[in-house]
Design a protein around this ligand. Structure first.
Ligand code: ADP
Length: 499
C-alpha cells in the first residue's frame, strides 16, 4: 500500500506543532504543544533547548499515536522553524552549552555596534548576506555565547562545539546526532552566509571570530537530511525538507516564481516577494533572502522580505487597552456598520515607523477626530491602517524589485477578516488571494518534503491542490482610493519625526 501522509514539524516561537498532511494537501490532524519563554533580564529572550525538543517530539508522537499511524504510513517529515534563534551544543554529549538565544533578544546589540558600526563594514555585510546588520540575526548571538560561556571559544576552535539554528538542533536530535545540517533559507538568516556564492562566508566568520568547525553543512531545502533515530520517536522516518518559517509560508502559498508574494497578517506582518534568480538590492532597507526551491533547482532563488511591526497587535490594543471591542472577531461587523471612518486615520507607530519611512522615534497617532466619531469609526480606521501600512511596504518592495506584485497571497490570524482583505485589495488595486487552508507555514515544509520523496510530482500538481481559495478583487472607484491614500499620506507625514 502506498504511503499516505507527510508530516510537517512547525517549530515556532511560542509552540511546537506536528501537522499531518494527506496527498490532497489537506491538513487532517495537528497537535500543538506550547513551551515556556525565558526572560532572564529586560530585553532578553531565551528558550530552553530541551523544551524546544520535548515539545516538538511530544507533538510528533501524539500525532502518530492519536492517528494510529505506523512509520510506514509516513512518506517523510518536513521541518519549518522560527529563524535566527541560536543554539550551541557539545558534539560529544549533545548537550547545549547555554539556553537558545531567541531572535527577539536584544542583548547583542552592542556587539553589532562594535563590529558593524563602521558604515563600510555594514555595507560589506549587506552585500554578502542581503541583511541589514542587526542583533536579530544569529552571528552576534553566537559571538555572545562564545564570549559568555567559559572555555567555549577554545572548544569551538577544537571542533568540539556545534552551532545551529532551531532546524539544525531538531535534525541533530531527531537523527540521534548523526546529521549536523541546515538549509539555505535558514543559513541566509545567520548573517554568516554568502547568499550569492551559496556558502559560509570566510570573511564574516572572521569578523565575528566564529570557527568554521562549528558550522553545519548546508543542504538544499528539499533534500534528504537524515532519518529519525531518536529513541523517543518511531525510527527510520526520513527527514526530507528543512525551511525557515517565512520562506516556508511563501512556498506553502505556491509562490514559486518572480512577482509572486505572500503576506502574513499576524501580530505584525511579514511580506515576502519571490524575485526569481535575482538577488534584488533594496533601496528601502528591506532584506534580500534565499527562497526555498523545489528539488532539482540548479540556481538559487531569492526573495525580498519586509515587515510591519504592529498589525494584529493594533486590534489587540483596541481590545485589551482601550476596551472598545471584546474580541478581534467583532472588529469586522463594527467596521462594516459605518460607510467610512468619517475622516479618522490611525497611524500605529507604537514602536516607530518601518519601511519605507524608517523613523524609530515616531509614535502612534490618531487624526481627524470629531464630536461625531464613534468606536465603529475608530475600529474601521484601525483595520484600514493595517492595509495602508501594507500598501506602503508593497510599494517599497515593488520599487526595489522593479516588478509588480500580481497577486497578494495572504494568511495569518487577521486574514480571516473579509472587510480588511477587500479593503486591502481596493487600495493595492491588486487581487488578494486567501487559501481555504491558512496553515501555509506547515504546508510549505510538507510540500517540500513531499516533492523530495515523490509524494507529489511537481509544483504544478501543488498548484492544482489549491483550487477553492477566496479571491478579493479591487472594486473601489479609483478616485476614492486616491482620496483615501492622500489622507493616509498626510497622517503619516504628521506622525513622522524625520520628515
Ligand atoms: P501570531 O502568529 O503573530 O501570534 P496570528 O496569525 O495568530 O498571530 O494572528 C493573531 C492576530 O490577528 C492578533 O493580533 C489578532 O488581534 C488579529 N486578529 C485575529 N482575528 C482578527 C480579525 N477577525 N480581524 C482583525 N484582526 C484579527
Amino acid at each position: 500500500m502506498s504511503k499516505r501522509y507527510v508530516i510537517a514539524l512547525d517549530q515556532g516561537t511560542t509552540s511546537s506543532r506536528a501537522v499531518l498532511v494527506d496527498a490532497r494537501g489537506r491538513v487532517v490532524d495537528q497537535v500543538r504543544r506550547p513551551f515556556p519563554q525565558v526572560y532572564p533580564q529586560p530585553g532578553w529572550v531565551e528558550h530552553r533547548p530541551e523544551d524546544i525538543l520535548s515539545s516538538q517530539l511530544g507533538a510528533l508522537t501524539e500525532l502518530l499515536v492519536r492517528g494510529g499511524l505506523t512509520p510506514g504510513e509516513i512518506d517523510g517529515i518536513g521541518i519549518t522553524n522560527q529563524r535566527e534563534t541560536t543554539l550551541v551544543w557539545d558534539r560529544a554529549t549533545g548537550r547545549p552549552i547555554a539556553n537558545a538565544i531567541v531572535w527577539q533578544c536584544r542583548r547583542t546589540a552592542p556587539i553589532i555596534e562594535r563590529l558593524c558600526g563602521d558604515p563600510a563594514v555594514a555595507d560589506d555585510v549587506r552585500a554578502r548576506t542581503g541583511l541589514v546588520p542587526d542583533a536579530y540575526f544569529s552571528a552576534s548571538k553566537i559571538r555572545w555565547l562564545l564570549d559568555s560561556v567559559p572555555g567555549a571559544q577554545e572548544r569551538a576552535e577544537a571542533g568540539d562545539l556545534a552551532f545551529g539554528t532551531v532546524d539544525s538542533w531538531l535534525v541533530w536530535s531527531l537523527t540521534g546526532g548523526r546529521a549536523h545540517v541546515t538549509d539555505p533559507t535558514n543559513a541566509s538568516r545567520t548573517m554568516l552566509y554568502n547568499i550569492h556564492e551559496g556558502r559560509w562566508d570566510t570573511r564574516l566568520l572572521e569578523l565575528f571570530d566564529i570557527p568554521s568547525a562549528m558550522m553545519p553543512e548546508v543542504r538544499p531545502s528539499a533534500s534528504l537530511f537524515g532519518a529519525t533515530a531518536n529513541t523517543s520517536v518511531p525510527q527510520g522516518i526520513p527527514i526530507c525538507s528543512v525551511v525557515g518559517d517565512q520562506q516556508s509560508a511563501l512556498f506553502g502559498q505556491c509562490c514559486f516564481t518572480a512577482g509572486q508574494a505572500k503576506n502574513t497578517y499576524g501580530t505584525g506582518c511579514f511580506l515576502l516577494m519571490h524575485t526569481g534568480h535575482e538577488a534584488c538590492v533594496s533601496h528601502n532597507n528591506l532584506v534580500t533572502t534565499i527562497a526555498a526551491s523545489a528539488p532539482g533547482a540548479r540556481r538559487t532563488e531569492y526573495a525580498l522580505e519586509g515587515s510591519v511591526f504592529v498589525a494584529g497587535a493594533l486590534i489587540q490594543w483596541l481590545r485589551d487597552e482601550l476596551g472598545v471591542i471584546r474580541s478581534a472577531d467583532e472588529a469586522e461587523a463594527l467596521a462594516r456598520s459605518v460607510p467610512d471612518t468619517g475622516g479618522v486615520y490611525v497611524v500605529p507607530a507604537f514602536t516607530g515607523l518601518g519601511a519605507p519611512w524608517w523613523d524609530p522615534d515616531a509614535r502612534g497617532a490618531i487624526f481627524g477626530l470629531t464630536r461625531g466619531t464613534t468606536r465603529a469609526h475608530l475600529v474601521r480606521a484601525a483595520l484600514e491602517a493595517l492595509a495602508y501600512q501594507m500598501s506602503d511596504l508593497c510599494r517599497a518592495m515593488q520599487d526595489d524589485a522593479g516588478a509588480r506584485i500580481d497577486t497578494l497571497n495572504v494568511d495569518g490570524g487577521a486574514s480571516a477578516n473579509d472587510f480588511l482583505m477587500q479593503f486591502q485589495s481596493d487600495i493595492l488595486r491588486t487581487p488578494v488571494r486567501r487559501p481555504r487552508n491558512v496553515e501555509t507555514t506547515a504546508l510549505g515544509a510538507a510540500y517540500l518534503a513531499g516533492l523530495t520523496t515523490g509524494f507529489w510530482r511537481s509544483t504544478d500538481e501543488l498548484q492544482r491542490l489549491r483550487a477553492d481559495d477566496d479571491v478579493f478583487t479591487p472594486a473601489m472607484p479609483q478616485e476614492r482610493v486616491e482620496t483615501l491614500l492622500a489622507g493616509w499620506a498626510e497622517a503619516v507625514r504628521r506622525t513622522r519625526t524625520n520628515a
